[in-house]
Design a protein around this ligand. Structure first.
Ligand code: ARG
Length: 461
C-alpha cells in the first residue's frame, strides 16, 4: 500500500492516475526554499507562544535546515506520492527527527502555507526582475548616449513624419521601463502581506502570533481577514499584469528592431552574437531574439488572462483550482526574466545602426515639411494658411521629382515673400531636430538633459 498523505478517514489509496493528476510536486518543488523558511518561522512562533516547547521548535528548525542542505546537494527529490511540496517536507522532517516533526503543522493549514510560500517566492523574483529592468534601462541609456546626434525618421501611421534623435527614440523605451520598474515595486508592496495564521479558512483555536511570523518573514503586515488571506491571488494577477506590460514594451521594441533589420529599412545590422542563419538560404541573417520576445509576449498575456478566468468563479475560500496558479506564475516570471536578459544583451551588443542609411532616410523625403510651415508661421503667416501653402509645394515637388531643399530661393519667394535665404538651414535635418527644443521634445539640448535625468534615476536606485 502506498503511503497515504492524509488521514485515516481514507480506507484505500488514490488511483495512481488520480494521484498523478492531483499532485503538484512536479512544479511546486520550486517553492521549497520558501516553504522551509515559512515553516521555520511558524515553528519558532509556536515555540515562543508555548504552543509547542522551545526544544521541539528548535528540533523542527534543525530538521528543516537539514532538508535545505539535502536539497542543495540535490538529494531531496520527492516523488508523486508526496502530493505536494508541503507534504514532502513534513514527511521528510518526520523521517529525520521523528514524531516531533508531526507537531509542525499545529495551527496551520496548507492553505495559508501555500499562500505564504507563493508570496515569498514572488517577492524574491520581483526584486530580481527589478534589477533586470534596471540593466535593460542602463543598456538603453548607454546606447542613447552614443546616438544623440544620430537621426532616424520618426513615424506616425508608419509613415515618415518628422526626424528625431535616435537617442530620443531609445529613451522612449527607457521611460516605459521606468514605469515598469516602479510598477513592480508597487506590486511587491501588495505581495508582501502575510496570510500565515489564516489557517484553512477561519483562523485557528491556538493563540498564535501572526505578527511574529510576519516579522520573521519580512512581511509588511498581515491579512486582516482569514477567508481573504487564503484565497486572495490579486497579487499574482497584478504581477502578471505588470509582467504583461513589460513584455508589451519589449515586444514593441522587438517589432521595431525586426523592421529596422529588414532590407527595406536597413537601419540596423544585427551582430553575429545575436542573430541566426537559415538552414537553406545562405544569405539570411534572422532577428530571432526580437522575434522570440515578440512571440513569448503572447504567453505572458495568456497567463494573465488564464489566472483572471481561474479566479472569476471561485467561491470563498480555498479551492483546489488555486493550485493552477503556480505553473502560470512561474512561467510568467521565467519568461519575463529571460526576455529582459536577451533584450538587454541585444541592446548592448546586438545591433549596430547604419549611419549612411539613416542619413539618407532623413534627407530624402518631406519630413521637414512641418518646418517650412513653422517657418512661415513664425513670420506671422497664420499656421493653417502656411500649412496649405506647403501642401501645395510638396505636391509640386513630388510631380517634379524634387525635394524641398532643391527649390531655388526665387522659387521659395514666388511661393511666399516671407521666405529668405535662411530657409535652407531651417529645413536641414539636424536643424529640424535641434529646433524641437520644447520640454520632452527631440531637440538635442532636451535629449542631453533627458540622458542626465535618466542616469540620475539609475544612480539613486
Ligand atoms: N498544492 C496545493 C496548492 O497548490 C496546496 C494547498 C492544498 N490545500 C488543500 N486544501 N488541498 O494549492
Amino acid at each position: 500500500q502506498s503511503q497515504k498523505t492524509w488521514s485515516d478517514r481514507f480506507e484505500s489509496s488514490l488511483h495512481p492516475a488520480i494521484a498523478r493528476f492531483n499532485a503538484s510536486i512536479g512544479f511546486d518543488i520550486e517553492l521549497l526554499p520558501y516553504d522551509l523558511t515559512g515553516s521555520i518561522a511558524h515553528a519558532q512562533m509556536l515555540g515562543r507562544t508555548g504552543i509547542i516547547s522551545a526544544e521541539d521548535a528548535n528540533r523542527i528548525t534543525n530538521g528543516l535546515e537539514q532538508i535545505r542542505a539535502e536539497a542543495e546537494r540535490g538529494e531531496f527529490t520527492p516523488g508523486i506520492d508526496a502530493e505536494d511540496v508541503h507534504f514532502a517536507v513534513e514527511r521528510r522532517l518526520t523521517q529525520l527527527i521523528g514524531d516531533t516533526g508531526k507537531k509542525l503543522h499545529t495551527a496551520r493549514s496548507r492553505n495559508d502555507q501555500v499562500g505564504t510560500d507563493v508570496r515569498l517566492y514572488l517577492r524574491d523574483r520581483i526584486h530580481h526582475l527589478r534589477d533586470r529592468v534596471r540593466d535593460f534601462q542602463r543598456a538603453l541609456v548607454d546606447l542613447a548616449a552614443a546616438h544623440v546626434e544620430t537621426l532616424i525618421p520618426g513615424y506616425t501611421h508608419l509613415q515618415r513624419a518628422q526626424p528625431v534623435s535616435l537617442a530620443h527614440h531609445l529613451l522612449a523605451y527607457f521611460q516605459m521601463a521606468q514605469r515598469d520598474w516602479e510598477r513592480l515595486g508597487e506590486v511587491a508592496a501588495r505581495t508582501n502581506i502575510s496570510p500565515l495564521g489564516c489557517g484553512a479558512l477561519a483562523g485557528t483555536t491556538f493563540a498564535i502570533d501572526r505578527d511574529d511570523t510576519a516579522r520573521q518573514l519580512g512581511f509588511d503586515g498581515i491579512y486582516a481577514n482569514s477567508l481573504d488571506g487564503v484565497s486572495d491571488r490579486d497579487f499574482a494577477i497584478e504581477f502578471m499584469s505588470a509582467a504583461s506590460l513589460i513584455m508589451m514594451h519589449l515586444s514593441r521594441l522587438s517589432e521595431e528592431v525586426i523592421l529596422w533589420s529588414s532590407q527595406e529599412f536597413g537601419f540596423v545590422t544585427l551582430a553575429d552574437s545575436c542573430a541566426t542563419g537559415s538552414s537553406i538560404m545562405p544569405q539570411k541573417k534572422n532577428p530571432d531574439v526580437p522575434e522570440l520576445v515578440r512571440g513569448k509576449t503572447g504567453r505572458v498575456f495568456g497567463h494573465l488572462q488564464g489566472l483572471l478566468v481561474l479566479m472569476k468563479g471561485l467561491p470563498l475560500a480555498y479551492n483546489k483550482d488555486l493550485q493552477e496558479d503556480k505553473e502560470a506564475l512561474f512561467d510568467a516570471v521565467k519568461t519575463t526574466d529571460a526576455c529582459l536578459e536577451a533584450m538587454t544583451i541585444m541592446m548592448c551588443e546586438g545591433i549596430e545602426f547604419r549611419q549612411a542609411r539613416l542619413d539618407a532616410a532623413v534627407t530624402e523625403d518631406f519630413s521637414n515639411a512641418t518646418d517650412v510651415a513653422d517657418y512661415l508661421a513664425a513670420r506671422g503667416v497664420p499656421f493653417r494658411e502656411a500649412y496649405n501653402l506647403v501642401g501645395r509645394v510638396v505636391r509640386t515637388c513630388l510631380a517634379a521629382n524634387k525635394l524641398l531643399k532643391d527649390l531655388t530661393l526665387d522659387e521659395w519667394q514666388e511661393l511666399h515673400p516671407a521666405f529668405a535665404d535662411d530657409i535652407y538651414a531651417a529645413i536641414a535635418p539636424q536643424q529640424v531636430v535641434a529646433a524641437r527644443n520644447s520640454a520632452g521634445g527631440t531637440g538635442f539640448e532636451q535629449v542631453r538633459q533627458a540622458i542626465l535625468a535618466a542616469r540620475a534615476l539609475l544612480d539613486d536606485a
